[in-house]
Design a protein around this ligand. Structure first.
Ligand SMILES: [Zn+2]
Length: 248
């Protein structure tokens, strides 16, 4: 069954119960990790997925809370015995940053890696699964939003973004919209819960899920849901918790 697993659901500063937002897309026997906080390997294990069996890694952008865990994860995969090449996709800056840190931590690379620069707007095509559509978000770095499709439904993850037409276009008609809500007030790089609700309304999304969100740092959960309703979105709305699985 196609599923998106919430490995982390928090903002750039963790809470006790919310690490950096990162996800695992599991469909058609493939496992795609989206970003990696410091303990992605352990969180994959807790979610019941073998980290060594990852199909690919997609990095949305080169901010620390999205890629700082990747070099460590790659070392761990090598120590755990993975020998198959691992494809890594992302904006050029994200790949370069990970490569530089990895070179310092593990000269010679811990396992075979295949680096692929992802161009916003171009689909990421992996064997055995539907193409993953992408769009460039409105953020302080080049950042990829992703739309996953399987079995006639879709899930769109905004990554980090302020509201923008590219997100609206990517998310149009999506079933699940995992929208960041990393700001309490409108900003140039992030969205508020109310702006996420407005985006879900424009997209006609069936279910809005707030990620990159903290009830402690941004606003209480009830206030976030109220802001979504005040924006006019009447569909299902929830706040991602670590370990949640959105599946169909
Ligand atoms: Zn960011």
């Amino acid at each position: 069954m196609p599923a998106m697993v919430i490995l982390g659901a928090g903002t750039a500063v963790p809470d006790a119960d919310r690490g950096h937002t990162h996800l695992l897309w599991h469909a058609d026997g493939q496992r795609v990790l989206v970003d990696a906080a410091g303990d992605a390997f352990q969180r994959l294990l807790r979610a019941g997925h073998d980290p060594v069996a990852l199909t690919a890694v997609i990095l949305t952008h080169d901010h620390a809370d999205h890629i700082a865990g990747v070099p460590g994860l790659l070392v761990q995969l090598g120590l755990a015995g993975r020998t198959a090449s691992l494809p890594i996709y992302g904006p050029a800056a994200a790949l370069t940053t990970v490569q530089r840190v990895l070179d310092a931590l593990a000269p010679g690379q811990p396992l075979p890696l295949a680096w692929h620069v992802a161009i916003p707007g171009a689909a990421i095509v992996l064997p055995g699964m539907a193409p993953i559509a992408t769009a460039r978000t409105r953020h302080s770095r080049v950042c990829l939003a992703l739309r996953f499709s399987a079995a006639g439904r879709s899930l769109t993850y905004t990554a980090d973004t302020a509201p923008c037409p590219a997100i609206d276009a990517l998310a149009a008609g999506t079933d699940y919209l995992l929208h960041e809500a990393g700001s309490a007030v409108p900003s140039a790089s992030h969205s508020t819960p109310g702006e996420a609700g407005a985006a879900a309304l424009r997209a006609g999304a069936r279910h809005l899920v707030l990620v990159h969100f903290s009830p402690r740092q941004i606003m209480p959960a009830a206030a976030a849901i109220a802001a979504i309703r005040a924006a006019g979105y009447a569909g299902a709305a929830s706040i991602a918790e670590e370990g949640d699985v959105y599946a169909w």
